[in-house]
Design a binder for this molecule. Structure first.
Ligand code: XMP
Length: 518
């Protein structure tokens, strides 16, 4: 754990708990999310939070075994903010009352108006005589706990904003962390000011801390790092290199399913800028051979994942004394989400990673990005001086072009796909759209269509362009290109890429679609 001032978010399973963390990190406040059932008295004492937030959640305080925080939360002497279910929990624990939601359930936009009472929590918050907020609750508070007063009300939530100023306990029915509460950032700003946070969570400080931690963990041993060319593993590698120099060796496995010039660019970036020992493992023959004739998406993914582990292991065995494996694991992968439905969720796609390796090889993990969100990783990359063009790159999936080539993968199709993709990305860059788009790529379709070029007949592949906007890849919208852009791009692809004679644009959002085609 870091020595920064810390805020603890106790998670009761709300869909938007991560957004609370985002809002706080934007204020340079370090926070961690932990599920309610892991927050014991001992944990609290060790964590030593400067403030606590109780998240929303789908449960009802009336349910048997309803999730509750430990009572000790209210004895720490630090500010506590309860949101939605968190408010109900606070009232329940501190002597107020909650009622079932008969007819008063509220979902969506609502307006809160202030009462006569004043609190620092609302400094500069009410822009006019009322403020828009986002509500999402079934039950509601019917009697507030002793010591609390009401500071804001809405038609369906008479206790929309309540507080016990003396103890610095705040409890609100709405969700200040979501976009639909437009002034929510101000709300959190006030809360962390009341709690006395200095706002010392900066990338510069993080970098120094992380380097010290890596040095302490690794000592004089060696670390290996699988480089994919993506932002996360690159930032992790550069950070670790800064900490331990050439005790780090990177292995870049080229599976032959990379974008045009990608392997060369990655090797050049690392060789020219960082002088990090790098093994460039060209294993394209192996991967493409094993994928020959395979068309099922899950089988493709499993073959690639399995081969990647074998290959990585082969090269790692050549590195004397390697005891650690570095991975670019991010915070969203680490947060233990609270499942109220029980049971595993359905597998949509088997994601490719190097899981399984550390145990098999007896390696310990170094994961210096475990506490960061994606945009924070990019900020750290900038701090470390990685070229901006590298940091801003769109995400690229581990199985690479294999999952952008529905049906059987052939070398011919891959070659066409790489060219078409390069033209498409070039178009996007030329039109200044690259940074507005989360991810853009071409998928080559397993159909040939008839066309006419010059005076001749063509019978070539069709392709689909994909471009989406997204915050985290979990949901996505298709990008609204202009017709001119689409027309110009289609013309360029058909003229410049032999083998494609038809271009379509994929306008599916996620859900119900996914971003990749397989
Ligand atoms: P989907 O297609 O599931 O993709 O909507 C969501 C995001 O995840 C990326 N993706 C992967 N990334 N290994 C990865 O590292 C994978 O196996 C994988 N599959 C999908 C995808 O590119 C998008 O950004």
């Amino acid at each position: 754990m870091t020595h920064h001032e810390r805020l603890l978010i106790i998670d009761f399973g709300s869909q938007v708990t991560q957004l609370i963390a985002r809002r706080l990190r934007e204020l340079n406040v370090y926070c961690e999310i932990h599920p309610f059932n892991k927050v014991t008295d001992v944990f609290l004492a060790e964590f030593d939070p400067k403030a606590v937030i109780l998240s929303g959640g789908p449960a009802s305080v009336f349910a048997e075994g309803a999730p509750m925080p430990p009572k000790a939360v209210f004895d720490l002497g630090v500010p506590v903010l309860g949101i939605c279910y968190g408010q109900q929990v606070m009232m329940h624990c501190l002597g107020g009352q909650v009622e079932r939601g008969h007819g008063t359930a509220e979902f969506g936009r609502a307006f809160v108006t202030p009462t006569q009472a004043q609190t620092d929590l609302l400094d500069g918050w009410f822009a006019a005589d009322r403020e828009q907020v986002w509500m999402s609750h079934g039950d509601h508070v019917s009697i507030i706990a002793p010591g609390f007063e009401v500071y804001g009300t809405s038609p369906n939530a008479p206790f929309a904003i309540t507080a016990d100023i003396e103890r610095r306990f705040y409890a609100v029915q709405f969700h200040p962390e979501v976009h639909h509460t437009p002034n929510g950032a101000k709300f959190y700003e006030n809360f962390v000011r009341i709690a006395g946070f200095a706002g010392d969570w900066t990338m510069g400080a993080y970098r120094e801390d992380a380097i010290a931690k890596i040095r302490e963990q690794v000592g004089d041993k060696r670390v290996i790092c699988g480089l994919s060319g993506g932002v996360d593993s690159s930032v992790a590698a550069v950070l670790i290199h800064e900490a331990i120099g050439d005790q780090l060796t990177c292995v870049f496995v080229d599976h032959g399913l990379l974008r045009q010039n990608e392997a060369e660019e990655v090797v050049k970036m690392f060789g020219e800028n960082y002088n990090i020992p790098l093994i460039h493992a060209d294993e394209s023959e192996l991967f493409l051979g094993k994928l020959d004739g395979v068309s099922d998406p899950e089988t493709k993914r499993k073959i690639i994942g399995g081969l990647f582990i074998d290959v990585f292991q082969k090269y790692a065995n050549q590195i004397e004394g390697a005891e650690f494996l570095a991975q670019g694991t991010l915070y969203p992968d680490v947060i233990e989400s609270v499942s109220f439905s029980g049971g595993p969720s359905v597998t949509i796609k088997s994601h490719h990673n190097v899981g399984g390796l550390p145990e098999k090889m007896g390696l310990k993990l170094v994961e210096p990005l475990r506490e960061l969100f994606k945009d924070e990783v990019r900020a750290l990359g900038r701090e470390l001086g990685l070229p901006p063009s590298f940091i801003g790159r769109h995400p690229f999936p581990g199985p690479g072009l294999a999952i952008r080539c529905p049906g059987e993968i052939t070398r011919e199709k891959l070659a066409i796909l790489k060219k078409a993709d390069a033209v498409y990305i070039d178009q996007i860059r030329k039109h200044g759209l690259y940074d507005d788009i989360w991810q853009a790529f071409v998928a080559i379709l397993p159909v040939r269509t008839v066309g006419v070029m010059g005076d001749g007949r063509t019978y070539d592949f069709a392709c689909a362009l994909r471009a989406v906007t997204s915050v985290d890849g979990m949901t996505a919208d298709y990008y609204p290109f202009s017709h001119e852009f689409l027309g110009e791009t289609a013309t360029r692809i058909i003229n410049e890429v032999q083998g494609i004679n038809r271009v379509t644009y994929d306008i599916t959002s996620k859900p119900p679609g996914t971003i990749e085609w397989e």
